[in-house]
Design a protein. Structure first.
Length: 401
């Protein structure tokens, strides 16, 4: 499934997420322990996202049916770019993940909301925004979700066969001894190289000026940006002509005030009242995310990590990204760390009498079984006066002697 989403259009009346919430309410599931956790974890993911993502980014998540988790990410969106989200699930029984993109201003606005097991969606907008992405599957599903976030320029590159390294003069540098500033970027290439339309649009003006020489102006959409191609050797379009992205509008040269310079395209973008820096609209960036952290081998498993000198606790690995690891700690709270330090030497402890096994290392936590001193057991972790043991496939915390 491929979705193209623009936030200015509302693509849903009631979001799939809200529909599911309503379903939990009407069936009474929202009052169960699991249902409550699902609702509050979803809220928490949006209220306190675990991390800010630097794009390109990838992460693998393992959701377990026993634990209704949700993950939140902060993404700084630049209006010069479009962001590509790829979400894919792998499970015995395929399940849909709720993918919600929200914006936090005075209140939370839901910009995108879908439910899918395998999707690619593009997000683009006219304004810079701080976005929150939430991923959360339905209740009672188990499986892996792979997320990839890639950043692409909003527009195509204007010089055929050229790339970033051909851009040699940037926005804002002095021109005419500081009298004016450079309101664009210069892309150098051989004279006669095709200059191509960066997007579909209509040619609004074809003219010759002292500054720009042979220039072409293109309008993108009715109220869209105006694209300015200057110093052309020749213009190959006429005013009023519709062009498609990639079509040649002229050939690269050094007309106008570029006569004394090597042939290059002066490329500009005008929005509303004036020029904006066009660089990020065309700059190509790495589209392959850094590889996942080595902790990926523990995804979905329990590992014991060091917590200071005399403390080691079991954690459940919920997700591993190219930047860090998120896990449920010994109190079943979600935490994030760039690196996990695993316990290298198993602790030891003697427990001589029968006693309660707890879910967490506090006496107020839920009992998970009973410790039997007659049977063998393994000590896995230790914190304070509590010891984490495994006895006949039951794991729990027990007060040490
Ligand atoms: Zn220039």
């Amino acid at each position: 499934m491929l979705l193209l989403l623009h936030s200015c259009k509302s693509v849903f009346k009631v979001s799939p997420y809200k529909t599911y919430l309503n379903k939990l309410e009407s069936t009474g599931l929202s009052k169960t322990k699991m249902g409550k956790a699902w609702v509050s974890n979803g809220e928490e993911a949006v209220r306190n996202p675990l991390k800010e993502v630097s794009i390109p980014f990838q992460e693998s998540i393992f959701f377990r049916e026993s634990s209704p988790d949700a993950l939140g990410y902060i993404i700084h969106y630049s209006s010069a770019r479009k962001v590509k989200f790829k979400v894919k699930t792998t499970a015995d029984e395929p399940f849909g993940v709720f993918i919600d993109i929200l914006e936090r201003k005075d209140q939370l606005n839901n910009l995108v909301s879908i439910q899918s097991a395998d999707t690619v969606l593009f997000y683009e907008d006219k304004q810079d925004k701080t976005l929150i992405l939430r991923l959360q599957p339905e209740l009672l599903v188990s499986g892996r979700v792979d997320l990839e976030i890639i950043d692409e320029p909003k527009l195509g590159f204007p010089v055929k066969g050229a790339s970033n390294s051909s851009i040699k003069s940037f926005w804002g540098v002095d021109r005419d001894g500081g009298v004016r500033r450079h309101e664009g970027i210069d892309i150098f290439a051989k004279r006669g190289t095709p200059v191509i339309a960066v997007e579909d649009g209509v040619i609004s003006r074809v003219q010759e000026t002292n500054l720009g020489g042979k220039v072409v102006w293109q309008r993108l959409g009715l109220f869209g940006q105006i694209i300015y191609y200057a110093h052309l050797d020749s213009q190959l379009v006429t005013a009023g002509q519709e062009v498609k992205k990639g079509e040649t509008v002229g050939l690269l040269g050094n007309t106008g005030n570029a006569k004394a310079t090597a042939p290059h395209l002066h490329f500009g973008i005008y929005i509303g009242s004036g020029a904006v820096d066009p660089l990020n609209y065309v700059l190509m960036k790495d589209t392959v995310p850094p590889k996942l952290k080595s902790e990926i081998k523990y995804l979905g498993n329990e590992v014991v990590i060091n917590r200071g000198a005399s403390s080691a606790v079991p954690v459940n690995i919920l997700s591993v990204s190219s930047e860090g690891v998120s896990y449920k700690n010994e109190f079943q709270k979600l935490e994030y760390s760039e690196k996990l330090i695993l316990l290298s030497k198993k602790p030891s402890a003697k427990i001589k009498t029968a006693r309660q096994l707890y879910k967490s290392p506090v006496e107020t936590s839920a009992p998970v079984g009973l410790f039997n001193p007659e049977k063998s057991y393994t000590v896995l972790a230790k914190t304070g006066t509590f010891v984490y043991i495994n006895q006949e496939d039951t794991k729990g915390w027990v007060l040490s002697d």
